[in-house]
Structures are given as C-alpha cells and as structure tokens.
Design a protein around this ligand. Structure first.
Ligand code: COI
Length: 354
C-alpha cells in the first residue's frame, strides 16, 4: 500500500531546551492514519498534519474500550543516524493484543514501514540531548457509531510521535514502589498480556493512592492468591537474588515487555542465570531479610531500566541495595541506552536504521 503524505503548512516550534523535556506532553507536526472497514480491510494509509480527529459520540471505543496500543522509540545518534529499537517486536505484539480484543490484524511489515515513514517526515523532532528520544505511539480503536456490545467493523490505526525525556522525573534515580494488596490489575484469562487501555484504566485508582503516599508506582500481585508478583505500573520487574536474575513468568496476566526480553537476552549473554518463574512477594521479603536481595529494577520502553530503591509491603519497608542503583541495573541501563542511542556497537542486531 502506498502512504499518501500531506505536509503541514504550519510547522510548530520545536522545544527550545531539550533537557527540560518530560514525558508525552508535546506532539510533532504529523501523524499516520489508516482505516479499517469490514469487506475492504485496512486501507487509505496516509500521513497528515497532527491535529484533532472527528469521531461520533457513539464511537464504540469510547464506551467499551476496544483499543490497543504500542510504545517504542526513535533515537538520534551522535553521527547523525536515526535508529528504531526492535520495531518488528512491537508490531508482532500489537497483533497479539489485536487478537485478544477482536481487532483485525495489521500487516506487521507494513506497520514498521508506516512508523519509519512518519519518523522520516518528522525527523527534525528527534531530540539529540542525552536521555531524550522520540516516543512513538501506534494505537488502534473502534469507531462504529453503535452502542451495542459487539466487535467493531470499522476501526482506525493512528501513529503519533512525542519528543520525550525520562518517564520518571527522578530519571535513573531509584524509585519507591508500593506493593498493592487491595486492588488487582487483571487476572489470568483476562487481558493482562495485551497492551490495551482497559488495563491502564484498572491501574489508575491504585496509582493515584500510591502517589498520594509518595510512591512512584505500584507493584501488582496476582488477582487470585494476591501473592505472586506480576508487574509494576508501566514496567516489568526483575529481582537479583543471590546473584541470579528472577522475573515473573508470563502467565497471561503480565505484559511481554520488549525491554524485559532484551534485558533477559543481555543478562544471559553476560553469563547470569535468568529465571522466568512465579515469584511471591514473601520470597522477595525473605530474601531481603536474609540479605540476599541484591537489586531490583523495572524495565519498559518509557521507563527504560528503572532501579527500585524501596518496596513498601503492608506498611513495612524493604530497602534494596541501601536505596542505591546496583551494578547489574547500571550495566543494563548503560548497555541498552548505549545500543539504542548508537553510542555502543549493536552486536545484538536490535536497531533498525531509518
Ligand atoms: C511504554 O513503556 O511504552 C508504555 O507503553 C508505558 C506507558 C503506559 C507509558
């Protein structure tokens, strides 16, 4: 399919001071749109000026949340190249989410082409300051003007771009996490593995309460036994126990993070044992009490690698590595961001040049 391009006549001011960029508040000059209509399939891919879109108040996504999204980043290298990080994985995961949400699949290769073309059009928006990048948000939602509960026959696939700095205002400084024992995010058999709006809506109340207590995010426990660790707010989670890396297995309730997968691949390459298995909060607390919990960190596209300095469980604090970033967390952060920004050689074959 050919992507039509209509350029804006009113380009916006770019950020004057990139070091002040926060996360996801500013958008570039253009966006990609493609429509789905039953009988016709996905059609009319186009790049148009970024701006409001018109949908009916009865559009199904507004009522029943039939929506999926992705998140990935483009980076500007010091020698002037523009890189994407594993975009094929995002498009593959989008189709896994699509399947769960009864959304017609997209052509993954075409999805990557659409991302490349949009980033190329807005390439001057990729920030160059250290720790910054261009966040790419592809999403699909149902637009049928109908409030009966059925899978949609008409949808839109949009991609928008946002120049960003660190997701957490604290940057790479360790974050404090509240272990949530009251609310649950999802259950096995639910939609936890899919990247869909409803999972994030389910997290807002707990997130809000945790922020009021000065925590950055919550750690989710499983919805049945309220015991096994699943993930943290917008990240997957890893614990280094007695020198081994442990991360919750993907049991249908946890998102298959691309930074999670990349971290496991790097850790294994460096010779660490990596266990993907059920891990309970009791095990983490016991390891900490015995002095065996060396480090903990979250992984995510937006959050990158985020050290965890403290977990609060039933009003008791579990302080990790004296509240400081640990050596494995730091090495992962340096290596991943080094590969992504082109400062380190990409011997994993993860980056894609635009
Ligand atoms: C990402 O890390 O890309 C995400 O999608 C998390 C987001 C909810 C900020």
């Amino acid at each position: 399919m050919k992507i039509d391009v209509t350029l804006t006549k009113h380009p916006k001011e770019k950020p004057a001071d990139e070091s002040k960029l926060s996360f996801g508040k500013l958008f570039t000059d253009h966006m990609f749109i493609m429509d789905y209509d039953e009988g016709e399939g996905w059609h009319s891919p186009r790049i148009v000026p970024y701006g409001p879109i018109e949908i009916e108040p009865s559009a199904m996504c507004l009522h029943y949340g039939q929506e999926v999204f992705e998140g990935l980043k483009a980076y500007h290298t010091a020698d002037g190249r523009k890189l994407l990080f594993r975009p094929d994985r995002n498009m593959a995961r989008m189709n896994i989410s699509n399947e769960r949400l009864c959304i017609p699949k997209i052509d993954e290769k075409f999805g990557v082409e659409a991302i490349k073309k949009l980033v190329e059009v807005d390439k001057d928006w990729i920030p160059t300051a250290k720790g910054t990048s261009l966040y790419i948000r592809p999403f699909i939602f149902a637009v049928d003007p109908m409030i009966g509960v059925h899978p949609a026959k008409h949808l839109k696939f949009i991609i928008i771009l946002s120049p960003v700095g660190a997701y957490y205002p604290k940057g790479i400084d360790p974050v404090d996490i509240y272990v949530e024992t009251n609310y649950v995010r999802t259950v096995r058999g639910g939609m936890g593995f899919a990247k869909t709006a409803g999972n994030y809506a389910a997290s807002l109340k707990a997130q809000d309460e945790a922020e009021k207590k000065d925590f950055t995010q919550v750690l989710w426990l499983d919805g049945v036994e309220r015991k096994y660790i699943e993930e943290v707010g917008t990240m997957n989670v890893f614990f280094i126990i007695n020198g081994k890396a442990v991360t919750p297995s993907l049991d249908g309730a946890t998102l298959a993070g691309i930074t999670r997968m990349s971290s496991m691949e790097l850790l294994r390459k460096w010779g660490y044992d990596v266990e993907e298995r059920r891990i309970s909060i009791d095990e983490v607390a016991e390891a900490a009490a015995a002095g065996h919990l060396d480090e903990a960190f979250g992984t995510g596209t937006a959050a990158v690698i985020s050290p965890i300095g403290k977990l609060c469980w039933h009003d008791k604090d579990i302080v990790i590595n004296g509240g400081k970033i640990g050596p494995i967390t730091q090495r992962l952060y340096d290596t991943l961001t080094g590969i992504q920004s082109g400062e380190l050689e990409d011997d994993m074959g993860w980056t894609v040049e635009i």
